[in-house]
Design a protein around this ligand. Structure first.
Ligand SMILES: *[C@@H]1O[C@H](CO)[C@@H](O)[C@H](O)[C@H]1NC(C)=O
Ligand SMILES: *[C@@H]1O[C@H](CO)[C@@H](O)[C@H](O)[C@H]1NC(C)=O
Ligand SMILES: *[C@@H]1O[C@H](CO)[C@@H](O)[C@H](O)[C@H]1NC(C)=O
Length: 463
């Protein structure tokens, strides 16, 4: 027997219907190229992927076509294109304990049955889930069909063969270090924090973007704390720059120009080794909310064993990003235009520091102060105090560098939801262009649909 819907539901249905039509209409309207009001900064309350609320700016829409993506975010996929142009490679089934593999077929996402002998840590599992959600979001919002392909997704901090990866070394450990991470053909994917990073001091990129828009519109650069800010742990030593963190604490001890502190407790820096429990985090009394770094004029970025997941957050600040030459690339790293301290400081003998072979290859272009959007300093920090003093003496230059960073990553939307899905779709296309596989290697391997997998059903019948 059919049940009848109670009458009182009707208004809700009508409302839902009306909203859905507006939503559809919006996209048709947009896709027809009718200009919509474009606010060139991240709208404050915007949330993505939640359904009924239409995007407020073109940086919130997830439906840009390939042409619109390339016109809106020129250069976004440069590193990806370079990786594709390394030429074809073979996609092999990863063995037991190897990275997860997924299949895109007719615009749907399937997961190959993972056969891990070692369980992923809770943090890695969160990263994996977030990343698969991001991939799925980019697929289902694609205005044009995406190619069928099989993708290896590596959520570890270290790159692994040919795979989607959060990071890849920019150069070998220096100078002429013989061991260290191999240079691999990792296809850089957007960090999982674009979905969310479940740490109390961080959250999602869009949460931080909204918090920052509120703060940055009220605190002009000149009124910010004039010091260089950093928090971190001592535990993560960089293969590229050994002793980096200990030396940092040494040169900034008691310094009036720096607010640099080792975190009480342990963690934060290397995402997957952290203890993410709230209790644990609140024990770190000197931790800063990630957006509060941007209340300082100068924000210091340090890598550790591998990349630091803070980069995309610090890139949204109207603050001067200061870092040793970045040794671990992420998907937005190539947009950095560094001013090298060694190009502007007149240092006593021995004359400053000279970027060495690996750094020169990874960062061949030195930008002048009026074009740069970040500052690279010596990894031994010998010039750190002088560069902060120089920037304080040249406040117009400092503000320009800070402004160009925020203008690119926020004003031009390079870290926006729109740019993220544009990038994912380019990544899928680029990967499938270079990646080749033999169907007989894959034919009898079981898959499970993403919809089932996302509910925790990683075994059983496919589809
Ligand atoms: C990357 O490659 C695509 C496809 O070949 C091309 O359309 C796009 O312009 C390239 N982008 C960059 C930044 O080189
Ligand atoms: C999964 O791993 C176990 C242990 O290494 C192995 O015995 C089994 O054959 C594997 N299963 C598949 C489907 O590869
Ligand atoms: C995380 O921290 C809590 C509280 O200190 C502790 O009980 C727990 O064992 C820690 N977990 C891990 C994986 O270290």
């Amino acid at each position: 027997m059919k049940t009848r819907r109670p009458k009182s539901w009707r208004p809700a249905y009508l409302l839902l219907g009306a909203c859905s039509s507006c939503y559809l209409l919006f996209f048709i309207w947009y896709d027809c190229g009718v200009s919509v009001q474009v606010v060139p900064s991240f709208s404050r309350g915007s949330r993505v992927g939640t359904g009924l609320r239409p995007p407020q700016t073109r940086f919130d829409t997830l439906r840009l076509t390939t042409e619109q993506c390339e016109a809106t975010f020129p250069g976004l996929t440069k590193d990806l294109n370079d990786t594709v142009s390394l030429g074809p490679f073979n996609i092999q089934p990863s063995g037991d304990g190897g990275p997860l593999q997924v299949k895109i077929e007719d615009g749907q996402l399937f997961i190959f049955q993972p056969n891990r002998t070692d369980a992923l840590s809770p943090e890695l599992l969160d990263a994996q889930t977030a990343t698969l959600h991001q991939l799925h979001r980019a697929i289902i919002t694609s205005p044009a069909p995406l190619p069928d392909t099989i993708i290896t997704v590596n959520v570890n901090d270290q790159p692994f063969g040919s795979a989607f990866s959060y990071t890849r070394p920019a150069f070998r450990p220096a100078p002429s270090g013989s061991h260290g991470p191999p240079l691999t053909r990792a296809f850089l994917m957007p960090h999982f924090s674009f979905w969310t990073w479940p740490l109390p001091s961080i959250g999602s990129v869009s949460r931080v973007a909204a918090a920052l828009s509120a703060m940055e519109s009220q605190v002009p650069f000149r009124s910010k704390d004039h010091r260089l800010a950093w928090r971190g742990t001592m535990g993560w030593n960089s293969p590229h720059y050994p002793g980096l963190r200990e030396n940092l604490l040494r040169v900034t001890e008691q310094a009036k120009w720096a607010d640099v502190q080792a975190l009480h407790g342990y963690g934060l820096e290397a995402p997957h080794n952290t203890n993410a429990s709230e209790e644990f985090n609140s024990m770190r009394s000197n931790a800063l909310m990630i957006e509060d770094f941007c209340r300082y004029k100068y924000v210091l970025y340090t890598e550790g064993i591998t990349y630091s997941g803070r980069l995309q957050f610090l890139q949204m600040c109207r603050s001067v990003l200061v870092s040793p030459p970045i040794a671990w690339l992420q998907h937005s790293t190539h947009l950095i235009k560094p001013l090298f301290s060694s190009d502007i400081l007149i240092l006593p003998e021995p004359k400053g520091w000279q970027p060495y072979e690996g750094v020169d290859e990874a960062w061949p272009v030195h930008y002048p102060p009026e074009e740069a959007n970040a500052v690279f300093v010596s990894p031994d920090w010998s010039d750190l105090e002088r560069i902060v003093a120089w920037l304080e003496e040249n406040p117009g230059v400092a503000e320009g560098i800070a402004e160009r960073q925020r203008e690119l990553f926020v004003g031009k939307g390079y870290l926006s939801p729109a740019a993220e899905v544009c990038y994912w779709r380019a990544l899928i296309r680029g990967w499938s262009e270079a990646g080749e596989y033999e169907s007989h290697d894959w034919g009898d391997r079981e898959t499970v649909s993403w919809e089932l997998f996302s509910l925790g059903h990683d075994s059983g019948k496919s589809r």
